[in-house]
Design a binder for this molecule. Structure first.
Ligand code: PMP
Length: 413
């Protein structure tokens, strides 16, 4: 019996069921391995494929869908904005972009905002800003110390800033100027500092590396070091920002303020928008330095404003943290039973380590294909499952995910 998701008011009727083989997927450039499924509908924590099968989704578009699939708040904001003004281009002001910049600067304490379309683009902007700052204020210094296993995006400069194994040779030569330190090892950072250094850039939690946390002590030590030497501290919160880790921004756990921060993913809740924020005194861009056709596009800004309204409402993050703690306790119990360490991560960006190589991928595949309804998880490493549910996933949905994971762990022991 086909179970369909509840309809959204005013939405199109459900598309007819269609088998994977009927989709002309050969037209897409192949760039990653994907299961032979096509998703056609989503609501909250649930996804539905073209054959009517339902999945509980704990990937949520790669930690993007802050409020789950097709949240009514974003749908309404998009419909309203689409009926008013879609795009005016970077040469003219528009009201949603001004409102969003104002909101983000107020929330972050960083006085200036540039709006971009992807995390990589925001990080490119941060790199350009640091280089410009180095030229104007630091005698031409341009090196940005980044970290092994970091992930900052897939443009050439952000791949060079990343420390993902293989990125150094994939499209060689790399953009120069990104010496690599080791996370949580302050000595490895000081050892790289020289007259050419202008900034240190890191993720508060390395998501793509498998949910590896920078400790609050390490973040504070970096802040002190940057203060002493006049270096910029750039925090990439593309994956960790907008409540995902239990505070609006992950660096707040360490009680520090960066000089520059980037946001993406969860900011748009499924709509492609990103932001670069900088302290006033650091923001040295002049007209002509930075831009982009879609910067501050009113449609995507309206979506981000809707996301922020929900996430910053009184009690939203507190309630999420309560559910996240319960979920984490459940995951830790499973980890203990399996002989692995407790979860890594914070809030609803968590990873479970399973000591047996390849088991994470086998589990993710088995859970996706489980009889009845599927469960979507991400095997971020061969031995690590990453869990990134919607921030509004219910207690019942998280308990169901735990029960199904428990069942699959037994079956694949
Ligand atoms: N920075 C971090 C920390 C990320 O996790 C990602 C994406 N996984 C990016 C940057 C790149 O963002 P985008 O894919 O939107 O370019």
């Amino acid at each position: 019996m086909l179970q369909t998701l509840p309809p959204v008011a005013g939405s199109m009727p459900l598309a007819p069921l269609q088998a994977f083989a009927d989709f002309p997927i050969h037209a897409l450039m192949p760039f990653t391995q994907r299961p032979q499924l096509v998703f056609t509908e989503g609501r909250g924590s649930w996804l539905q494929d073209s054959q009517g099968r339902r999945y509980l989704d704990l990937v949520q578009g790669w930690a993007v869908n802050t409020l789950g699939h097709a949240p009514p708040e974003i749908a309404a904001a998009l419909a309203d904005q689409a009926g008013r003004l879609l795009h005016v281009g970077p040469g003219l002001h528009n009201a949603p972009a001004i409102a969003l910049a104002e909101r983000l600067t107020a929330l972050s304490g960083l006085g200036r905002c540039f709006l971009a379309g992807s995390g990589a683009e925001a990080n490119e902007g941060a790199i350009k800003l640091a280089r410009k700052f180095g030229r104007k204020k630091r005698g031409g210094a341009h090196e940005i110390i980044t970290f092994r296993n970091a992930f900052h995006g897939r443009t050439l400069a952000t791949m060079s800033a990343s420390g993902k194994p293989g990125f150094d040779t994939m499209f060689a030569p790399q953009v120069p100027g990104f010496p690599k330190a080791t996370l949580n090892d302050i000595g490895s950072v000081t050892a790289l500092i020289g007259p050419g250094t202008v900034a240190v850039m890191l993720e508060p939690i390395q998501g793509e590396a498998g949910v590896v946390e920078a400790t609050p002590d390490f973040l504070r030590a970096l802040r002190r070091l940057c203060n002493e030497l006049g270096l910029l501290l750039i925090v990439d919160e593309v994956q960790t920002g907008i409540g995902r880790t239990g505070t609006l921004f992950a660096h707040q756990r360490a009680g520090i303020t960066p000089d520059v921060m980037t946001l993406g993913k969860g900011l748009g809740g499924g709509v492609p928008i990103a932001a670069l924020l900088a302290k006033d005194e650091v923001c040295c861009f002049e007209p002509g330095d930075q831009g982009g056709t879609y910067t501050g596009n009113p449609l995507v800004c309206a979506a981000a404003l809707a996301v922020l309204q929900v996430v910053t409402a009184t009690g939203f993050i507190d309630a999420m943290n309560e559910r996240a703690t319960q979920f984490r306790d459940g995951l830790d119990a499973l980890a203990l039973r399996e002989g692995g360490p407790p979860c890594s991560g914070q809030g609803l960006l968590l990873a479970l380590e399973l000591p047996q190589p390849g088991r994470a991928q086998r589990l993710a595949d088995a859970l996706r294909e489980r009889p009845g309804q599927g469960l979507l998880l991400n095997a971020v490493r061969p031995e690590r499952l990453r869990l990134m549910p919607a921030l509004n996933a219910t207690t019942a949905e998280l308990a169901l995910a735990l029960a199904w994971l428990d069942e699959a762990l037994h079956a694949t022991a």
